[in-house]
Design a protein around this ligand. Structure first.
Ligand code: ZN
Length: 331
């Protein structure tokens, strides 16, 4: 056993024992197997005939609910193991034989209905390094939830509504889980659609009134309410209107909130570092758990994190041709 080659070719291409696997391709690449780690849109493309797509059934379902058809997906391929990566509902890491372990997008901590990334030893590790810089260490989730609840309480005391923003698949369901005890409760229609798939899979999310910005902008109640919304600029048309007309307080949630200037960039009143990715320390722990001979890093601080791993005694380099260019690519 041994000798897998890992290259970037529209996706992460793994050649092992005469089989070609392409992991999270941005577009169609010829392969024996295509792996789709989760249902964020940068990984979605329609499969061609004869393409065998490895993905969890929940990922297939979430993709369909977002208008993307992955075709027939399978979780059972000989020599391949899928492991919960803890990023969003249905997200998986993949281990091909005992050669290659690829994290996909992964979280290093349990939160609400999501577990943390499960690891296995492998000779080659391909890992996401979105937050692979030492300044990105996230606070405990319980502490953050407490702070947000006191922020909402003081806005309610003043009579102001609060809008919590996060990307519509994953973050918005965590926000729904943590903060839906506040009433009246509104879900942006895009959030409501993703919540429904979660409820079908047994995630206990409270139902709320749907908000359609094309017709409900002027029919919200006066006084405090809570809305969970996809990420949008606080200076954009919708948020500006809700701030002006109702006095809404806009709160953004992203790991990037640890960086200076994030709140201003988003035009938000407040921002909190709630993330669905590993922070720096969790990335280091993940590498130690997999105990690889070689590490390839993708996304975010890929070059910087590979340097840090070398200092820790690992062989590591960025898979440079496979990078996301946008800071908030989880959509
Ligand atoms: Zn993602």
């Amino acid at each position: 056993m041994g000798g897998a080659s890992v290259t970037a070719n529209g996706g992460i291409q793994v050649d092992l024992e005469g089989k070609r696997y392409v992991l999270d391709p941005h577009s169609h690449v010829r392969a024996d197997y295509t792996f789709v780690s989760h249902a964020h849109i940068d990984h979605m493309h329609p499969p061609s005939k004869n393409e065998r797509v490895i993905a969890s059934s929940v990922t297939g379902e979430l993709a369909r609910a977002r208008g993307y058809d992955l075709g027939e997906t399978t979780e059972a391929v000989e020599g391949v193991e899928l492991l919960d990566s803890g990023h969003i509902l249905g997200s998986r890491a993949i281990r091909i034989a005992d050669e290659v372990y690829y994290t996909g997008d992964a979280s290093g901590r349990t939160r609400a209905f999501l577990g943390k990334c499960r690891t296995r030893q492998a000779r080659v590790l391909v890992m996401e390094t979105t937050y692979g810089a030492p300044e990105y260490v996230f606070p405990p989730t319980a502490k953050l939830v407490k702070e947000v609840n006191s922020l909402i309480a003081s806005a309610y005391d003043r009579g102001n509504p609060v809008i919590l923003m996060g990307y519509p698949l994953g973050k918005a369901q965590l926000l729904s889980y943590f903060f839906s005890s506040w009433e009246p409760l509104f879900y942006h229609e895009k959030v409501a659609a993703m919540n429904r798939v979660h409820i079908d899979h047994g995630v206990p999310l409270k139902r709320g009134a749907a908000f359609d910005p094309s017709k409900d902008m002027d029919s919200l109640p006066r006084g405090p309410w809570l809305m969970i919304s996809p990420m949008a600029s606080g200076r954009g048309k919708i948020m500006s209107h809700l701030k002006k007309k109702y006095g809404a307080v806009v709160v953004a949630f992203s790991g990037w909130a640890l960086g200076k200037g994030y709140r201003f960039t988003m035009g938000a009143d407040y921002s909190f570092p709630l993330s669905d990715h590993c922070d720096y320390q969790e990335l280091v722990s993940l590498v130690k758990a997999v105990s690889p001979e070689m590490v390839y890093t993708v996304h975010g601080f890929a070059a910087e994190f590979a340097q840090d791993l070398k200092r820790l005694g690992f062989s590591a380099r960025p898979l440079a041709a496979y990078q996301s260019s946008l800071p908030d690519f989880d959509v």
